[in-house]
Write a protein that binds this ligand. Structure first.
Ligand code: IPM
Ligand code: MG
Length: 357
């Protein structure tokens, strides 16, 4: 069955790392006879430059038709002074909301080969394997009303709305419970139920769902405590489920526990399992065009795509094994470089993964 994968390189290091992921996908496409077809389109700043919109209609319609999407990264200083509605980030947020990619899976895995890259003690992080399930199309990111208004006494007031419907909470809760069932069967729901009504309801709904998943052990944690526990004793977590903004923050924190945000992939799925796959890191404009960015997070995102949207587990495992093998070979891009290892460029890293395949 022929399937279409849309490649959206985006900005900064995006085009460099997506090119390496595409090489790897082409290889597994042949090797496992996957019958994948690739298209590409503009998003973010690159799209603004060409079309004046961070999410051109053509890109959105290609995205809607694709079976899965690989995205590099969006944004950069060039577009930072644009009004909110025209910023590159709106391209990403628009894709998430238009395709209803509500379930964002962000694994934080410590590769044993990179244990020394973490800023935490090896015994605190060795064997770390957390999955953060972040709600991605609701909460304060999308809540209405929002804006900046003039108050009667002449002062301006900025405001956003933190809102979740019951059904939005229920559907992300189900994804989280099901994810936990396939892993260590422990789910921690993170909220701020001591202050925010919306998360009091969030907690109630998670408790309610628990009855459908009796094999999963559910706990609750306030977000401030969760941020602390992640650096104190991260291995207590298996799956974490939380809202859009808390998930944004905690997933960066969890990623850095592994010492290498350049290694971490992510999946954003809708209820038809159509998905967008992107590295957890950003567009890194400071190193763009230098050929030193780490393509592994994007390559691992392509593996997640094969697993979750295209149901090609064998090909996904092959890519993951190849990545592990190049790490065993001591090959490192600048961000994960350590003493005694061999430093390689973006392209050399991609080639090494190809060879290992
Ligand atoms: C992320 C990013 C985005 C977010 C930005 C680029 C809009 O930080 O994917 O975590 O806040 O969701
Ligand atoms: Mg973020």
């Amino acid at each position: 069955m022929s399937r279409t994968v849309l490649m959206l390189p985006g900005d900064g290091i995006g085009p460099e790392i997506v090119a390496e992921a595409e090489k790897v996908l082409n290889r597994v496409n042949e090797k496992f006879s996957l019958d994948l077809h690739f298209e590409s389109a503009l998003v973010g700043g690159a799209a603004i430059d060409e079309t004046d919109s961070p999410l051109p209609d053509e890109t959105l319609s290609k995205a809607e038709k694709a079976d899965a999407i690989v995205l590099g990264a969006v944004g950069g200083p060039k577009w930072d002074s644009l009004p909110m509605a025209k910023r590159p980030e709106k391209g990403l947020l628009g894709l998430r909301s238009n395709l209803e990619l509500f379930a964002n899976l962000r694994p934080a895995i410590l590769y044993p080969q990179l244990a020394s890259a973490s800023s935490l003690k090896p015994e605190v992080v060795s064997g770390l394997d957390i999955m953060i399930v972040r709600e991605l199309t609701g909460g304060i990111y999308f809540g209405q009303p929002r804006g900046v208004r003039n108050l009667e006494h002449g002062e301006r007031q900025g405001y956003n709305t933190y809102a979740y419907t019951e059904s939005e909470i229920r559907r992300i809760g189900r994804v989280a419970f099901e994810t936990a069932q396939q892993r260590g069967k422990k789910l921690c729901s993170v909220d701020k139920a001591n202050v925010l009504e919306v998360t009091v309801m969030w907690r109630e709904i998670m408790e309610d769902l628990k009855r459908e998943y009796p094999d999963v052990e559910l706990s609750h944690m306030y977000v401030d405590n969760a941020a602390m526990q992640l650096v104190r004793a991260p291995k207590q977590f298996d799956v974490i489920v939380t809202g859009n903004m808390f998930g944004d923050i905690l997933s960066d924190e969890a990623a850095m526990l592994t010492g290498s945000i350049g290694m971490l992939p992510s999946a954003s799925l809708n209820s038809q399992k159509q998905g967008m796959y992107e590295p957890c890191h950003g567009s890194a404009p400071d190193i763009a065009g230098k050929g030193i960015a780490n393509p592994l997070a994007t390559i691992l995102s392509a593996a997640m795509m094969l697993r979750y949207s295209l149901e090609e587990e064998e090909a996904a495992l092959a890519i993951e094994a190849a990545v592990s093998e190049v790490l065993d070979q001591g090959l490192r891009t600048a961000d994960i470089m350590s003493e005694g290892a061999t430093r390689v460029s973006t392209r050399e890293m991609g080639d090494a993964v190809l060879n290992a395949l």
